[in-house]
Design a protein around this ligand. Structure first.
Ligand code: ATP
Ligand code: MG
Length: 330
């Protein structure tokens, strides 16, 4: 084990082909996850969250190209690792949980057998050991009657139970990092709350690091230590959850927070007008400027993500409102 954070992503750039040449859908994105830490990667639909997650283990769809960047996991750059060596990380040291549990499970195999496959590949357990381990994992993720649940087919389980199976499958390789891409999005609110509770518990019990991907800031608030806010493929803001939520610097973060439904707020939540521009139609300069209530002349050039003088330690925003240009009046 090396010193330093568990995951360090830097300069991550993903492109897709277009008639006018490659366009970046994820552009120079960076973030860090400490050991045992939970980072929320948040933003509206189409901001590049899922592609960022998939790129960590190079599981990108064929059209998407990893054009630049490093993905240092425990000191090793996974982005530069040959495919054969990368397989030692996939599902083993880094595991993924996706949004749609029905699509992620094989409909014609019993769920226990599907988890056993992971155990066979990564931990070389014997048949009897595997069945015992599946029962233990199913118990861990809160599936009632673990042995019986293991003999069920996916369609015999509820959405929440299927998500628990997928979480058990993710844990089967004893990963250090779990990447969870909107794992509760397809579940109803009460089941969503149970799955969130399960994540909180597992994280504590196993000392897991977690990359939590979502667009629901309320959910992120109940789970994350730090957050990174993506807008149109770029990092808009990053920092400790409490700081960013209490004192958001970027107008995009402010907009997302104002759009959150809160019980204690009298006025109805206000959405951000407009929508995320498609990657081929980004405005010049700051990508948020067409939707930004605070846009001014400087926004015609692109702001860098820099620590904000007025922000708290570790908080950075890519916004000219918080940058001091050399020579500019302060
Ligand atoms: N296979 C693909 N080929 C071309 N473009 C793609 C592909 N997958 C995604 N994109 C584009 O890349 C951008 C980022 O997509 P991504 O799925 O990462 O967004 P997201 O933040 O996960 O959104 P959501 O919240 O809806 O899941 C979008 O503009 C999307 O249209
Ligand atoms: Mg997504």
């Amino acid at each position: 084990m090396s010193e330093g954070p568990l995951l360090q992503v830097a300069g991550l750039t993903l492109t897709v082909p277009s008639p006018r040449g490659p366009v970046a859908v994820v552009d120079r994105v960076g973030f860090v996850i400490g050991r045992g830490e939970t980072l929320g990667l948040l933003g509206e639909s189409g901001c590049g969250k899922t592609l960022t997650a998939l790129s960590l283990l190079r599981l990108l769809p064929p059209a998407v190209h990893l054009a630049a960047g490093s993905v240092r996991f425990d000191g090793v750059d996974l982005a530069a690792l040959p495919e054969r060596q990368l397989r030692r990380y996939r599902g083993k040291r880094v595991a993924m949980v996706f949004q749609d549990p029905a699509a992620a499970l094989n409909p014609v195999l019993r769920v226990g057998a599907q988890v056993e496959e992971v155990l066979e590949v990564h931990r070389r357990l014997s048949g009897a050991q595997r069945r015992r381990e599946v029962a233990r994992l199913f118990g861990d993720v809160g599936l009632a009657e673990p042995e019986r649940s293991a003999r069920r087919y996916p369609h015999e389980l509820s959405g929440g139970q299927r998500q628990r199976v997928l979480i058990a499958m993710a844990l089967a390789g004893e990963p250090e990092l779990v990447v969870a891409d909107e794992p509760t999005a397809s579940l109803d609110v009460t089941v969503q709350a149970q799955i969130l509770e399960l994540f909180r518990e597992l994280r504590q019990r196993r000392g897991l690091s977690l990359l939590w991907i979502g667009h629901d800031l309320g959910v992120a608030a109940s789970l994350c230590d730090r957050v990174t806010i993506l807008y149109a493929g770029r990092v808009a803001e990053t920092g400790a959850l409490a700081r960013v939520f209490r004192q958001p610097l970027h107008p995009y973060t402010q907009g997302l927070l104002a759009a959150m439904p809160l019980l204690e707020r009298r006025a109805p939540p206000k959405g951000i007008p407009g929508r995320v521009p498609p990657p081929a139609e980004l405005p010049e300069g700051c990508r948020f400027r067409d939707r930004c209530p605070a846009a001014f002349a400087d926004c015609a050039s692109e702001p860098a993500l820099i620590p904000a003088p007025l922000g708290s330690p570790g908080q950075a925003a890519a916004c000219w409102l918080h940058a001091t240009r050399p020579g500019a009046a302060t």
